[in-house]
Design a protein around this ligand. Structure first.
Ligand code: ADP
Ligand code: MG
Length: 238
């Protein structure tokens, strides 16, 4: 089980407080979307869950353990980045396999896992290509596959679709929703796009200026915004 709990999180960069009093429970197996304007603290929140950034105060729990001080590789999470972060000199297969290298998996089993995953994300025909020979959507699928080989309980995605054109973005939204159902993992998806948020998440966490403004189902947020910020951001009448 991998419910995520953020307890009274504060984050300061030097003297500047960018996150304050953040309390949030992300349900096991949910598709939770963090949404809010640029600079509100979405990426910082995700990076703290991943362990790529240390909170200044408060506790983070993943599953049944407090992960304060636990390194990123031991948190049972995988991060998917906006810029894909692929290795240009490696093939698709090598990029994906990289996620497995330190796991002492026998070669035959590695091959099997990679075959299965590339089948799921539609990359089976591209295993020996380099990233520069791929389209944006295909690169994003490689980044997803690289996260999937770790079979993490939690996928953390920071604006993974924002470099794609509108048509592909819409297709990838559908694919991600299907992938979430198929894997049964907890997805935490960050976007600044409220339409994307409302169409993808089963739970929407609206942030502004380092604080949570509302965390609810899309329906509740639309029908019953807690405050003016939420209403205006989502575009519902207050
Ligand atoms: P978002 O992802 O919602 O656009 P971020 O989490 O990236 O927002 O940033 C939140 C705030 O923290 C912003 O004011 C940003 O300038 C600041 N910030 C983020 N990372 C750093 C850093 N490494 N050093 C100093 N300030 C930072
Ligand atoms: Mg960001």
């Amino acid at each position: 089980m991998a419910q995520i709990m953020l307890k009274n999180i504060e984050k300061r960069f030097k003297q500047e407080k960018v996150i304050e009093g953040l309390d949030l429970t992300i349900e096991d197996g949910s598709f939770t979307v963090l949404v809010g304007p640029s600079g509100c603290g979405k990426s910082t929140t995700l990076r703290m869950i991943a362990g790529l950034e240390q909170q200044s105060d408060g506790q983070i729990w993943i599953g049944d353990r407090c992960v304060n001080g636990i390194e990123p590789g031991k948190r049972n999470v995988a991060m998917v980045f906006q810029n894909y972060a692929l290795y240009p000199m490696m093939t698709v297969k090598e990029n994906i396999e990289f996620g497995l290298v330190n796991r002492k998996m026998p070669k035959a089993e590695r091959e099997k896992v990679i075959r299965e995953i590339t089948e799921i994300v539609g990359l089976a025909d591209y295993l020996h290509k380099k990233p520069q020979a791929l389209s944006g959507g295909q690169r994003q699928r490689v980044a997803l596959a690289r996260a999937m080989v770790k079979s993490p309980a939690v996928f953390l995605m920071d604006e993974p679709l924002s470099n794609l054109d509108a048509k592909l973005r819409s297709q990838m939204r559908t694919e991600l929703i299907q992938l979430h159902k198929r894997l049964g993992a907890t997805f935490v998806f960050v976007t600044h796009d409220q339409v994307e948020a409302m169409s993808m998440g089963d739970r929407i966490v609206i942030m502004d200026k380092g604080r949570i403004q509302q965390a609810d189902s899309p329906m509740q947020i639309y029908d019953d915004p807690d405050n003016l910020f939420t209403a205006q951001f989502i575009g519902t009448p207050p």
